[in-house]
Design a protein around this ligand. Structure first.
Ligand SMILES: O=C(O)c1cc(=O)[nH]c(=O)n1[C@@H]1O[C@H](COP(=O)(O)O)[C@@H](O)[C@H]1O
Length: 240
């Protein structure tokens, strides 16, 4: 899928993640996101196991540390053959450029294409109050997201993670090729949970999102495969 619907595999064990994936046969490969919970539990082996089934992996570890540490860690991640990985834009341009350098060096050493590097802007759980009061960043969430996107682009990132609510502003500022991958996706009537800045799959498509990240609306559905297929259908119909 050119604009993927990425399933967030937020499970505590490899067994649970793989049993869940049994519903998605390798003849119909999907893109899945391995985040901190699953990677801390199951490590690089779960990346390999999922790739062996034919699925593409988005490895979402949201690195945020001093530039040297991030560069070294990205060199390791660059060797795993994943499609996307993440770093926090709040680390600043020196750290972001170091992340890109490390990722490319690792992938090159392994003879692989470099994963796309996506910078986290403002998490989709962040609202106006958290931005202004807790982070002490004045202005709107959208302005902060667009600012971080500019920093990420100037530092060599391939795109950002943001809410679909900001993706059109990012494309207007950074151009259509700079990726805006969007979590905080909720089909109509689905519970938002801890997400603050949400959109439906069709609204995200109309806003120009380059890919959806969807977790609980699929993983906690009674029939995850049908839930996934319904989201893909809504997304694809609005992407035409
Ligand atoms: O980097 C992410 O993927 C991410 C960034 C963000 O701003 N918001 C966000 O929800 N995510 C991730 O996207 C997924 C969303 O899951 P659900 O809220 O269950 O659909 C989780 O795995 C989050 O870690």
């Amino acid at each position: 899928m050119k604009r993927p619907v990425i399933i967030a595999l937020d499970f505590p064990t490899a067994d649970q993640a793989l049993s869940f994936l049994d519903q998605f046969p390798a003849t119909q490969p999907v893109t899945v996101k391995i985040g901190m919970e699953l990677f801390y539990a199951a490590g690089p082996a779960i990346v390999k196991a999922i790739q062996a089934r034919g699925h593409a992996v988005f490895l979402d570890l949201k690195l945020h540390d001093i530039p040297n540490t991030v560069e070294s860690a990205m060199r390791v991640l660059g060797q795993l053959g994943v499609t996307y990985t993440t770093v926090h834009a709040a680390g600043g341009h020196v750290m972001l450029a170091a992340a890109k350098r490390g990722l490319v060096a690792g992938a090159t050493a392994a003879g692989l294409p470099a994963p796309k590097l996506l910078a986290i802007t403002q998490l989709t759980s962040t609202n106006q109050e958290i931005l202004n009061d807790d982070q002490q960043i004045p202005g709107s969430v959208r302005d902060s997201v667009v600012h971080y996107a500019a920093v990420a682009q100037a530092s060599g990132c391939d795109g950002v993670i943001c809410s679909a609510q900001e993706v059109s502003a990012i494309h207007a500022a950074a151009g259509p090729d700079f990726l805006g991958i969007t979590p905080g996706i909720r089909p109509k009537n689905a519970a938002a949970g801890d997400q603050q800045r949400v959109m439906t799959p069709s609204a995200a498509a109309q806003a120009g999102s380059n890919g959806l990240v969807v977790g609980r609306p699929i993983t906690q559905a009674d029939d995850p495969l049908t839930a996934y297929q319904q989201i893909v259908a809504e997304w694809s119909n609005s992407n035409d």
